[in-house]
Design a protein around this ligand. Structure first.
Ligand code: X8Z
Ligand code: ZN
Length: 594
């Protein structure tokens, strides 16, 4: 009879509460998740690296299997974390929020469906990576060759053939894409989102409707700049090709803008140069003539960051990266920066060619890697951009400092000129990249949001795509395109499931960062002439923001670098003031818009 009460007394006298575990303590749960995610990211990055640098069926299957494991873990943890209800500690609460929203495709809990989703998404990526146009009786052409052709040809029939040749590689993706959308939506709804688009729109520290309103607001700020550029470019193209090919008041046919997706018009610069006798910025010829190779170009980009007080890239970067397109195997050439979740294992995958474009892209990619390096001491869930637009803006901000003076310093520009004509030339070149891009940056995800929420049904994929292209970008298909093709799929980020709004935001943020860093560097001249090259104070201010990763809501990060808490396109407007004045004169008497 005595035993029972004794035990009870012993128990009731034990004042130690049951040890907290990951089951009961959200902070411990998050710590476990951070550890496990490191391990899974590492494995997943290795599997995808192998696949994207050597596309084979075996590597594709391994990458898909790895995605399956990662997706299964992440969605399971999201569901498990709901048991904690509202969490008081802001860091822990933020971690749990990021765990939920930092996934592009949420997997359904059904194992078969999850497997299928992983296979479909990896398969789409392979189809894109191995895409080629094989005209009868000629050698097959890959994307790089077709892009070259569009960049240089002035023969509309030849441009149309290259454009069609590439866009048709996406046709077989269509049924897989439809199936993938269904499965991803199911996964998103299991963790509480209306659809995958809502999941994507939830990663910005505001509600999806608030984000859409923000994006509209930013677009309104820059839309007049795009309209002015569109108006002038259309008039010049109409002069070049005749009004039958380029109607002087309608949308511009997509194959004539020097770029496969009409997203960057800088290749038209030679046709559009405002003052042909004055220097511009294109240094491609100098890179070729001086024999610049991939290593020299990458070192040059690295030197910019080092000059700002940042560390050199780790040794393993130089041995493990892929810098050139290999001749003996298929690779995904679209440039990307890789963080292997192991301190110091950072890599670049790019098929570098000696062009001005690629020199700029190298700065873009290194921007990703310097962000990764700066936040490497943060836990896994905070090792990310403040929002994804920030990640895309870092290297571009640096590239805005590639002024004529800087390029001259590299020996890539012989003459520099301070004349107003030279400024207009430079501005035209930058605008053909940056301003032309803005509506494209917006419409890719406008299309996907509508696809994911069902406003665009699978039978309307192409119609919806070209409706948005016309509405937002003023671009038309070069010839009638019906639902037998899948033109959105011919853009890397669609089969690769990379959200695209990030690039729109980045094209605004980079000017905002540039203006703030130029002020920090004490430069009081016009924004377009500023270079922060070698300025350690600007570097330190930038790095302060980079080191925060995603540990705080993005307005905090933005404030650290710029003093502002809102995204703001006024720096874009300020930067392009001279060109806008010039374009207004050129467009006088023209009927703009479409
Ligand atoms: O995809 C990229 C980078 C890698 S994140 C090369 N960009 C977008 C594109 O190529 O469509 C950079 C600008 C827009
Ligand atoms: Zn990028």
């Amino acid at each position: 009879m005595m035993t029972t009460p004794l035990i009870l007394i012993a128990l009731s006298c034990d004042k130690t509460p049951p040890a907290a575990t990951a089951d009961t303590d959200p902070a411990l749960f998050v710590a476990d998740v951070n550890r496990k995610m490191d391990e899974l990211y590492r494995e997943n990055s290795e599997a995808h690296w192998l696949h994207e640098t050597d596309i084979t069926d075996e590597h594709e299957a391994a990458a898909a299997a790895s995605d399956e494991v990662l997706m299964a873990y992440q969605t399971a943890m999201v569901t498990e974390a709901t048991k904690f209800g509202t969490v008081a500690d802001p860091d822990v609460a933020r971690s749990l929020h990021l765990l939920k929203v930092n996934q592009v495709l949420a997997a359904p809990s059904d194992a078969e469906k999850r497997k299928r989703l992983a296979e479909l998404s990896t398969g789409l990526s392979s189809t894109y990576g191995t895409g080629k146009w094989c005209p009868e009786g000629q050698e097959c052409k890959d994307l790089g060759e077709l892009e070259d052709l569009l960049a240089h040809s002035r023969d509309p029939a030849e441009q149309l053939a290259a454009w069609k040749g590439w866009h048709d590689i996406a046709t077989p993706m269509r049924p897989d894409y439809v199936e993938m959308v269904g499965l991803a939506n199911q996964g998103a709804s299991e963790i509480g989102f209306a659809n995958t688009g809502e999941l994507w729109k939830s990663g910005y520290d505001m509600t999806p409707p608030e984000l859409e309103a923000e994006v509209d607001r930013l677009w309104k700020q820059v839309e007049p700049l795009y309209e002015a550029l569109h108006c002038h470019v259309r008039a010049k193209l109409s002069e070049q090709y005749g009004p039958d090919v380029v109607p002087p008041t309608g949308p511009i046919p997509a194959h004539l803008l020097g770029n496969m997706w009409a997203q960057d018009w800088a290749n038209l610069y030679p046709m559009l140069v405002p003052y042909p006798d004055e220097p511009g910025l294109d240094v491609t010829q100098a890179l070729v003539d001086q024999g610049w190779d991939d290593q020299r170009m990458t070192k040059t980009a690295e030197a910019f960051f080092v000059g700002l007080g940042m560390p050199p890239l780790p040794d393993s970067f130089w041995t493990k990266s892929l810098f050139l397109k290999p001749a003996d195997r298929e690779v995904v050439c679209h440039a990307s920066a890789w963080d292997f979740a192991v301190k110091g294992d950072l890599r670049l995958k790019m098929c570098i060619r000696p062009t001005y474009d690629d020199l700029v892209t190298l700065h873009h990619e290194l921007g990703h890697l310097y962000y990764d390096m700066s936040y490497q001491d943060q836990p896994n869930l905070f090792r990310n951009g403040a929002n994804d637009g920030f990640h895309e803006a870092i290297g571009d901000t640096i590239a805005l400092s590639m002024t004529p003076t800087y390029l001259h310093g590299l020996g890539l520009l012989e003459q520099t000129s301070e004349s107003q004509e030279a400024v207009i030339n430079e501005q035209m070149q930058v605008a053909l990249g940056k301003i032309a891009f803005l509506p494209f940056g917006l419409l890719v995800d406008r299309w996907r949001w509508e696809v994911f929420d069902g406003r665009i049904s699978p039978e309307q994929y192409n119609e919806g795509w070209w409706r948005l292209r016309a509405e937002i970008q003023g671009i038309a298909p070069p010839e009638a395109r019906d639902e037998s093709t899948f033109d959105a799929g011919a853009k890397y980020h669609v089969p690769a499931n990379t959200p695209y709004l990030r690039y729109f935001l980045a094209h605004i943020l980079q000017f905002q960062f540039h203006r703030a860093l130029c002020e920090t560097a004490g430069q009081d001249g016009p924004l377009y002439a500023c270079s922060i090259q070698g300025n350690q104070e600007a570097g330190a201010r930038f790095q302060q923001m980079l080191a925060m990763g995603s540990s705080k809501p993005w307005p905090d990060a933005l404030e650290a670098a710029t003093g502002q808490r809102e995204m703001d396109a006024s720096a874009v407007v300020e930067y392009f003031e001279p060109l806008m004045g010039w374009l207004a004169e050129q467009n006088e008497g023209r009927q703009c818009g479409w």
